[in-house]
Design a protein. Structure first.
Length: 230
């Protein structure tokens, strides 16, 4: 643990200087704020971290560092996964969710590629090509008796309007999670911004740590079985 930098667990100099009773009335409260007495429990844990089970994953000091630290987000799972694929392409087992996309079963909400870009830029060339490529893949993987008459229109592309964000270039993961949360809570996406994204990282780390210590939630996650789609 000598490489672990405790200074990143210091509270961000944002609105935390305000009275908690005042802070809880701010519009971004649900998304980014953690009361000092609650966050201190995470800070104490990090001094003597114990690996915690959280669903199928582990919550440890390294993960906490990557969530709160400015230069990393989680782990390079995508790069690692590609390395496994590239090393043994014939023996690589494709995730079942990807197979469902290939068979045209997903996404069941409609054939739309909705783009969230923190930088506010439009990568038209790459995204449009992806939208055209998906239905071609869907057709190729169909059985021979279905492929002949199988026709899937190309996906439409929708860009979600947002101001230029992520000036640090390091907060894409945190923004992605908070945008999902905004969508679930029916909150305006503009509530998450560069001025409070570090505070949001602290909130994500605390929420994961709290979930890993919730015995009821852990039991529910261990017994959860995803519903079968028709």
């Amino acid at each position: 643990m000598t490489s672990f930098r405790l200074e990143i667990f210091k509270r961000p100099f944002l609105n935390d200087i305000d009275d908690p009773e005042v802070r809880c009335k701010d519009s971004d409260y649900e998304l980014v704020f953690v009361a000092e007495e609650k966050f201190s429990r995470l800070s104490e844990w990090i001094l003597n971290p114990k690996v915690l089970q959280i669903g199928p994953s582990k919550f440890d000091a390294e993960l906490a560092l990557r969530i709160i630290g400015p230069n990393h987000w989680l782990k390079n799972y995508i790069i690692t996964a590609y390395g496994k694929f590239d090393g043994n392409r014939r023996g690589y087992k494709v995730d079942n969710n990807l197979l469902k996309y290939g068979r045209g079963e997903l996404p069941y909400h409609g054939r739309t590629v909705e783009v969230f870009n923190c930088g506010g830029r439009k990568n038209n060339r790459a995204v449009e090509a992806f939208a055209v490529l998906i239905p071609r893949i869907v057709k190729v993987v169909q059985s021979s008796d279905k492929k002949k008459d199988f026709n899937v229109k190309h996906y439409t592309v929708s860009y979600f309007p947002m101001c230029t964000l992520n000036r640090s270039g390091n907060d894409c993961g945190a923004y992605s999670l908070k945008f999902i949360e905004c969508n679930l809570l029916d909150l305006d996406f503009s509530l998450v911004k560069d001025e409070n994204i570090q505070e949001a990282r602290h909130k994500i780390a605390f929420d994961l740590w709290e979930a890993a210590n919730d015995e009821v939630l852990q039991y529910r996650m261990s017994t959860f079985k995803p519903p079968k789609r028709a």
